[in-house]
Design a protein. Structure first.
Length: 417
């Protein structure tokens, strides 16, 4: 038997285990490894602090989503040894492979920011990128009686780059409902020169921040957190005081990647942007947040990548040319509060522009316009995630290749990274 080994049973690894179990020849044995028995629906962390989702909504037993054909090993992963085609588990056991898929995602690294894990951490400063962080922030938002609520993005790239913006919009909505908005200053501090990485979307979202009275501190590169003075300080010595700090710390690939000497300075794995093959070794493939690809780190992206990767690995198994190409397609709903939302659709080459999705001129979703349907689409993503996306089923009418139909493209607006 030949061996296909998948590292990480999050969004990307689970999809790959399902698609490969359906499609790989019977001469392939499939094993998938993850350290935790719970599968978390990370997009749901955004909604927990506002009481929209509960803890129960965002977690389910991991095994429920894995195919019976694949052997599931619950274990930490210590190291990948590309030269020996083997992986060492936390307990020292070694697993050999013919083909390896790395889907170990990325983690927040609050320790990278001087003072962030100081005395305020978990009390006045929180994250919502982990289950524990979202839980603590939920309690803090419940207790909130007004003051200065500061949202900070430490540096890019981060997973779901629109999530901090959504947090600001939802905080505006939630505090308005509770009669606390007038007693709260919401401050959005970002290292970018605007609301988002892509210029056309950024202009529209900047305008919305202004409309909602959210103060924006742009080009703010955080240097440290002063826990005694309760303020964040940028490298150019600007100070932003907070009563509650909602931090999106540096995002990095897992430490396993560093231990395996396979990553860049943020532990993301250099990956061929078309075939999703690791640049270092031809029998290693990378998917999801673990890659260094210049597109969003998002569940929707992992799903589009999986369609490409499945076909490419099947070709590789047969010794054939890998013909599928990933175009960087990302599709992200942005919750904007008060029951409305936006939708972005873009790829490596094309930045988000207005239009309709998935059907040209019809929609029903509006691209870069604020609609109720987009909000409902965002909420429906939870159902799609648990019931279709993890199984690796195609999402109806949505191809892994981005469609240019229905998009209003001014002078072919090109994507910035
Ligand atoms: C707040 C928030 C909001 C988001 N909103 C959206 C959204 O609206 N839409 C969207 O599409 N995406 C969204 N995302 C992003 C989405 O959740 C991720 O992009 C997606 O989960 C990436 O999948 P992945 O498989 O690459 O990584 P993960 O799903 O994170 O899986 C990685 C897995 O690897 C395992 N692992 C890592 N290292 C080791 C090790 N050393 N040993 C053993 N196991 C290991 C982990 O336990 C984990 O299960 C959001 C994310 C967050 C945090």
């Amino acid at each position: 038997m030949k061996k296909l080994l998948i590292l990480g049973a999050g969004t990307a690894g689970t999809i790959m285990a399902n698609t490969m179990s359906r499609k790989a020849g019977k001469d392939w044995e499939i094993t998938i490894v993850d350290q935790s028995e719970v599968h978390y629906y990370q997009p749901g962390y955004l909604f927990m602090p506002f009481g929209v989702y509960t803890e129960k909504d965002v977690q389910k037993p991991r095994k429920k989503f894995l195919p019976s054909r694949a052997t599931y090993r619950q274990s930490g992963i210590e190291q990948i040894c590309p030269e020996d085609n083997k992986v060492i588990l936390a307990g020292g056991e070694e697993l050999g492979y013919d083909i390896l898929i790395v889907g170990t995602g990325c983690r927040i690294a609050p320790e990278e920011i001087d003072g962030l894990t100081g005395s305020d951490w978990g009390k006045r400063s929180h994250d919502f990128y982990t289950f524990e962080g979202a839980r603590k922030l939920t309690a803090a938002m419940k207790d909130w009686q007004g003051g200065r609520l500061v949202i900070n993005i430490a540096e890019m790239p981060i997973k779901c780059p629109v999530a901090p913006l959504e947090f600001a919009f939802l905080a505006d909505w939630y505090l308005t409902q509770r009669g606390l908005r007038e007693k709260t200053e919401i401050v959005y501090t970002t290292p970018l020169s605007g609301a988002f990485t892509k210029p056309v979307a950024s202009a529209i979202l900047n305008h919305l921040l202004e409309e909602k009275g959210i103060i924006v501190e742009q080009d703010f590169a955080i240097g440290s957190v002063d826990n005694e003075g309760h303020k964040i300080v940028s490298w150019d010595e600007r100070e932003v005081p907070y009563d509650l700090l909602v931090s999106v710390p540096t995002n990095m690939g897992d430490r396993l990647i560093e231990r395996s000497n396979m990553g860049d300075e943020l532990n993301f794995i250099p990956t061929n942007r078309d075939t999703l093959q690791a640049k270092a070794k031809e029998n290693i493939f990378v998917i999801g947040d673990a890659t260094d690809l210049p597109t969003s780190k998002a569940g929707s992206v992992a799903h589009f990548e999986a369609e490409v990767l499945t076909e490419n690995i099947l070709s590789y198994m047969k010794g054939e040319e890998m013909e599928e190409r990933f175009d960087g397609h990302a599709n992200c709903f942005i919750e904007s509060g008060f029951g409305k939302g936006f939708l972005l659709d873009f790829n490596y080459e094309q930045e988000p522009v207005p239009g309709h999705f998935p059907f040209p001129h019809v929609g029903p979703f509006g691209l870069l316009s604020q609609t109720r349907l987009n909000h409902l689409g965002k909420l429906a993503f939870k159902y799609v995630y648990w019931h279709m996306l993890l199984k690796g089923y195609p999402i109806p009418f949505v191809d892994h290749r981005m469609s240019y139909l229905g998009k209003k493209i001014p002078n072919k607006a090109k994507a910035s990274a």
